[in-house]
Design a protein around this ligand. Structure first.
Ligand SMILES: [Zn+2]
Length: 199
């Protein structure tokens, strides 16, 4: 896979060629996959205020006149990593206090309200526009998909952190792609064993 293909992962291509997450969870998956730690920092789709604005605009999360400051973009990246930590915890385990604090703070600032339509159906919606509204929408998706059970299948790869939707029956998928990250993990384990056995 060349750099051009790698830069498409998380948007045009899915990690491991898997189908994307269902419904609105796809947007949250895109958010997590706006960066992969194996790649250069310049590839971060929300790596600067301008990039963050373009990404949020493309996803319909902000309006063209909304301002995205460098500080807000940094907060978004922090939130992304905290949500990635939650997706890692979906393998079993605890997300840890730091990630939870980031999400608590984000939700405190963001503001969500319950709306009701003509047929009486309720939904969570952002109270405000701008980046705060975008954060509220993303947190609303996290909430909804935890209720439906879909979130539990949103896993972050144990090796590279890409978010993928685990459709396996026993929910046991550990890597974005066995052919890439699964083998990397196995090779490392192999070399570590060899090193210890030759000592
Ligand atoms: Zn991976």
């Amino acid at each position: 896979m060349d750099d051009h293909d790698k830069q498409q992962i998380g948007e045009q291509l899915e990690p491991g060629g898997r189908p994307k997450a269902p419904g609105r969870l796809e947007l949250l998956q895109r958010f997590i996959n706006s960066y992969n730690h194996d790649f250069p920092r310049e590839w971060d789709r929300i790596g600067s205020k301008d990039k963050a604005k373009a990404w949020l605009l493309e996803k319909g999360l902000v309006a063209p006149h909304d301002q995205v400051s460098a500080a807000k973009a940094a907060r978004l990246r922090e939130l992304r990593e905290a949500i990635r930590t939650l997706a890692i915890a979906n393998h079993g385990g605890d997300p840890g206090a730091r990630a939870l604090d980031v999400i608590r703070e984000a939700s405190r600032v963001a503001g969500l309200r319950v709306t009701i339509d003509d047929r009486g159906r309720t939904a969570l919606e952002a109270k405000r526009g701008g980046v705060d509204g975008a954060v509220a929408t993303l947190l609303g998706i996290l909430y909804e998909t935890q209720l439906t059970g879909d979130w539990a299948r949103m896993k972050a790869c144990r090796e590279c952190g890409y978010a993928f939707f685990d459709r396996s029956k026993n929910r046991s998928a550990a890597w974005c792609a066995m052919s890439i990250c699964g083998n990397r993990t196995k090779n490392r384990a192999y070399y570590q064993r060899r090193r210890t056995s030759t000592r």
